[in-house]
Design a protein around this ligand. Structure first.
Ligand SMILES: CC(C)(COP(=O)(O)OP(=O)(O)OC[C@H]1O[C@@H](n2cnc3c(N)ncnc32)[C@H](O)[C@@H]1OP(=O)(O)O)[C@@H](O)C(=O)NCCC(=O)NCCS
Length: 180
């Protein structure tokens, strides 16, 4: 499978995208386009094979209070909010999962984080991981962040996780051949 990652286009067909996570699918179908092309509050990248969208990652800039970072990462950093890249959404089409789509998207996100570091500053990538996806991010080296705000009891709480930019190069696993 030849997978390419590129910015979302207005002409991309988003109507049939299904990852198995309804909230993510609704976001992609209804909001990813307007957030990117009208409101400019985030950028979505798609993994495509030809014209077919196999997955997407939405990123935006953000900041993090230093006291939420793991202790070993706070050293030498100033005591004010620090710039981060937020991985706001990530999903692969259900019938394409397990074939490296997520990995292609993660690599693209890591490239953006490195570019952001050079151009504007960036200490790392933050993702609000759904409980079922925590171990997916752990394998890239993401660690749980200190939670400062209160949590809602009635729904599974996404866990904020962090990967320092400095660890990104080491965190990317070697490319493996795509499965058919
Ligand atoms: C999580 C997700 C994006 C991964 O994408 P993918 O294209 O299936 O992942 P890849 O093919 O790059 O990687 C597959 C590997 O990740 C593992 N993996 C996939 N989903 C996982 C999960 N939720 N938790 C832990 N490991 C996971 C697979 O077991 C596989 O392991 P292997 O390489 O040892 O065989 C995709 O499964 C998905 O869209 N899930 C539903 C939506 C979701 O949970 N999004 C994240 C919200 S925070």
């Amino acid at each position: 499978m030849a997978i390419e990652v590129r910015p979302l286009r207005e002409t991309d067909d988003r109507t049939s995208f299904q990852s198995g996570d309804e909230q993510l699918d609704i976001f992609f179908r209804r909001f990813a386009g307007q957030n990117q092309f009208r409101h400019h509050i985030g950028a979505t990248y798609v993994a495509v094979e030809g014209e077919t969208v196999l997955g997407f990652a939405t990123v935006t800039v953000g900041q993090i209070e230093i006291e939420r970072l793991p202790l070993n990462l706070r050293r030498r950093l100033p005591d004010y909010p620090l710039p981060i890249l937020r991985l706001a959404r990530l999903a692969a089409r259900r019938d394409a999962q397990g074939k490296g789509v997520g990995e292609h998207l993660m690599r693209a996100v890591f490239t953006i984080a490195r570019e952001l570091r050079e151009k504007l500053g960036c200490v790392g990538v933050v993702v609000d991981a759904k409980p079922a996806a925590e171990s997916y991010y752990s394998r890239y080296g993401f660690v749980a962040l200190e939670v400062v705000e209160g949590t809602l009891e009635e729904r599974p709480t996404p866990k904020p996780m962090f990967l320092p930019v400095s660890a990104i190069i080491q965190a990317v696993r070697p490319a493996r051949p795509s499965k058919k």
